[in-house]
Design a protein around this ligand. Sequence first.
Ligand SMILES: Cc1ncc(COP(=O)(O)O)c(C=O)c1O
Length: 461
Amino acid sequence: MVRTWAVSGVDLHLDLTGTRVRAALEAALRDAVRTGRLAEGVRLPSSRALAGDLGIARNTVADAYGRLVAEGWLTARPGSGTSVASRPVAAGRVPPPPVPRERPVRYDLRPGSPALSLFPRTAWLAAARRALNTAPAEELGYGHTRGLPRLRTALATYLARTRGVHADPERLVVCSGFTQALGLLAQVLRSRGATGVGIEAYGHRQHAEVLTAGGLRPRPVPVDAHGAVLGGSEAGALLLTPAHQFPLGMPLAAHRRAEAVRWAHDTGGLVIEDDYDGEFRYDRQPVGALQALAPDHVVYAGTASKSLAPGLRLAWLVLPADLVEPVGEAKRIADGHTSTLEQLTLSEFLTSGDYDRQVRRCRLAYRRRRDRLVTALRRDAPDVRVTGIAAGMQALLELPPGTDEDEVIARAARRGLALEGLRAYRRDTGDRGPALIVGYATPPEHAYTGALARLCAVLIP
Ligand SMILES: Cc1ncc(COP(=O)(O)O)c(C=O)c1O
């Protein structure tokens, strides 16, 4: 006999086997508590409700509860019903050893995160409210695979204005993060016969993994002071971070940009432009998107992970015409489309000017943080060379030759400071000396002074 129990507050499937209903109910409840399906403190339904649900006599349930209370599985308190009891450690049983705790991270200067404490909660909430108040009910159903048309229009307008992108809403695909976007591109390129993709010799670890999972072999290309050295790449596609090389920090020089476009024209190859932090430039005019030079050979990719928060999982591709249909189809198969509620809110956030305001606010905050980092290092750790700071939210700290990167990171960890070394971003051809990649946006505002002090202390041998 199998019965389902679904009552308010608790939803649980119980297998009642055998003809003796009370014994079966007791056994099923005991089993659910023992295996943890019913956790300590969970309140059980009243005997009346459970009896009604199972179609058995109320007394049978009350008797079963009574017996389990007597055995210590359940507790019953007047006024608060019957709940799962806490389980004392049985006499003679040795409690499991405590899980060794990692040394707590007090300060975090690892790269990758924007200042999450600057997330515009109030403005985002207001945008979400406005969006929900005005969205017709149909918009909450299955939506457009390539993204909400009004978001695509808002993004196209924004990208054309701020990054010079040739952005037609019909060529835009909204994705769940650049990570998904890259995976979709890899699939499409693979299905068209590509086998390899050129990637910068230093880069985001996960991106190489995503490309590999999509069936493409990442082939590292060297990076020098002018950015990626393309030199006749034989791969069918190139993944670049032209505005601000990740993680080294230099922009792709004008002659290298021209080379990349020429390569794409001559070979029919595709450049994927990862413009992850293109909005955050401090010392000079923003470098426009490479895509504007060759919209039919460059995929432009942007993300909200740096401008707003990675947790939103919102990103966008602007595609050459022939890739729109296959990438849209890959997106449909992957997950139908990205969450409509987030898309509605982002659309509202863009058109109201909140997105611009947030970018300007963060740009100012990051620039100040960057200046404080540079000043502190100049004063307290003058042997460390800081580069890659004209944009973005991470800096390259080149350590004196012979410094052991791992030893510096371990020393920092002992003092509660999380750091990351350049080696963690190296793909086999990288040949740079010891360095740290410092994410100066990561700590919350109140912890930044402490983080800087600890960084300098760790860097002084
Ligand atoms: C180089 C680079 N590109 C893109 C991204 C954004 O990825 P996603 O949109 O999946 O969060 C990141 C995030 O850390 C990054 O470091």
